[in-house]
Design a protein around this ligand. Sequence first.
Ligand code: NOJ
Length: 753
Amino acid sequence: MISSRAVVLLVFCLSLIPKSLGFVERSWAESIALANETVNLMTLDEKIGMVRGVGQFSSRCVGNISPPSRSFIVSGTNITIPPLCFNDGPAGIRLGGSNVTGFPPAINVAATFNRDLMYSRGVAIGEEFRGKAIFVGIHVYLGPAVDIMRNPKAGRAWEGFGPDPYLGGEGAYQTIMGVQSVGVSACTKHLGPYNQEHWRYGLNAEVDDRTFRELYWWPFMKSVEANVSALMCAYNEVNGTSSCHNAALIGDEGYLRTEGFQGIVMSDWGATHDSAADNANAGLDMEQPGDWILIGGGVYSGLEAAVDDGQVSEARLNQMVTRILTPWLRLGQDQGYPDINFNAQNPDGTDSLNLNVNVRTDAHTALVRQIGSASAVLLKNNRTTSDGTATGTTIRGLPLSKDIKTIAVVGQDAQQLNLDCGGGLNECNDGTMVIGWGSGSNNVEFTVPPIDAITDFAQGFATISSDITSNDLTGGPAVAEGKDLAIVFANAMSGELGFYNIVDGNEGDRNDLNLWWKGGSLIEDVAAVCNNTVVVIHSVGPVPMSSWNNHPNITAIIYAGAPGEQTGPSLVDVLWGAVNPSGRLPFSIDDDEASYGTSIVYGIDPFPVLDYTEGLFLDYRYMDSQGITPVYEFGYGLSYTTFAYSSLSIEASASSGSVSFILTNTGSFDGTEIPQLYLGFPSSAGEPDKVLRGFDNVFLASGAKQTVTITISQKEMSIWDVISQEWVVPSGTFNVYIGASISDIRLTGSFTA
Ligand code: NOJ
């Protein structure tokens, strides 16, 4: 006999089954037709409610719209539109209450060079947006962020996938495919280019057509290929016109629509700087949050009048509403999608709107840990023996032996972070750095800091001493002296400016490339007293290293980036060798900002013009062209094993290429290699000497070998021809470089197109 309590429990548990199992995706065409029919039944007021946010402080989510209060029956389908919910952010739910996972940001996902992990993270994020959606119902995930790291100090560069457009494109594509596979819409942002925080509300990015298409646009193009539901225009101007009323970007003849995009163009929050008519006629479909006070109270409040007096046609308004409804219908969000059930205005409160549902799962936690270790980049390792079983305290470098008995942990970046920093915006660098600050941050409350994970793991075989409450240049070295091993932590952070806090004098963009809190000095002082010093860097981007990286007492360096909440366990996995590192740098590391060929414009008033005169030459492309050898180059990263490359074969025409080679694990550890394909275009093409056009992640047991094939599409061997306004494959000889980084090229071949 089953008790009624058990039945209730059963019903409750059944309600937790992801709705992703029960929705039917529609085609774009079918969705557009249904949307059109629905729009035809709406009044003018109802349409206006659909295209305008309800206001910054009235939204249950980061943004909502106000739908018609009645249902419609179209083609036999009941259409009841909810107050569509838009929520941050790119690395997981922000302001959604507790009990969500702190995923790593995109910069670390990029460092995995692993499409499966990119996709899996997308699925897991989608599950939480929808999964919270078992109760909450976030319809649109405000990510991925794909802004190119034009300059390494750019405040929000960690929200995206780094300076390389191909890597960014793959990251965007996989993330969107993952998120949307569970019926949650994605919104790629910020179109763009949007590459610094200072003056973002009005700076003018002057960028030529080819540079825009090949670099900044590329991840958006891949997003459209992935059927992304929405795109967000940026705060700044592009070529003299505000991004959100820039017809060249968002109009019917602009980049987006001619690429086949059929979803929503929505404004960033308060990025509508012009009149309702200007924005609507230029191609902006939705304004968020709808009441941006500082910029005039939300311009689409004037849209009804603009339609009434004919400045905006009703046909255009209909098109806007259709574009908003279409993705909602396409992903089947009309079929039992749950009601909103949290309150961004009171995320931690106990109000009746916030059920604080737990969407964390063991699988998500394990995935964050896996991405954390897969994105750890081993920059230096003094281990000279390839014998994985080596033991004894005299063995220096990684992986660590359990014979190492006394370990010092030094640096404030090893300790738990401050959980009380700016209500969901993580606006401080106080403790370990797992993600930057601002709207791209997420819930950091479940962070497992390095000190906890190391102490847990070493229990029973080593003694841990620590000095981690601050970067104490006296206390730290004192603890490290005489120990078998010192692990020293240092970090650098950046974030979003907006109306958010300035953290230690950094207004979003970093003031310089340096490690914070005298991290560099701490590393040097610890290395001076401990001849087995392992350095761990948590950073949002490159930091100077050359004053200490070659120090003989520094036996290993791990660049762990911004690894998300499972930072400690993922680091332990790499330190003691449960995971053989395979992370690769998604940017080059150099001490000197001049090596990057771009700058951040700080103190200019009025709004500055940023000339993107460097064109296609960012990061490794620039360094290569200038003969600059960075401290560590793009694509670089060591493993506990070694790999050999052989037997290159290339089959290519002007329409596609297929490049094969044999990869062999020649060392004594099992491990993953990240072979990279760089393309050298015919010299007449005006491209950088080598551009990334392929990569793979290949796991091989010690001694094993495998044939690896990387394909290149026609577009990937094309340049943007500004005259014909088409992607064109330049004729001539293409060089193919297969390597373990941009500088470590192992095989070279060519083909003619
Ligand atoms: C402004 C940020 O630029 C954007 O990325 C974010 O989604 C919105 N605020 C909403 O928080």
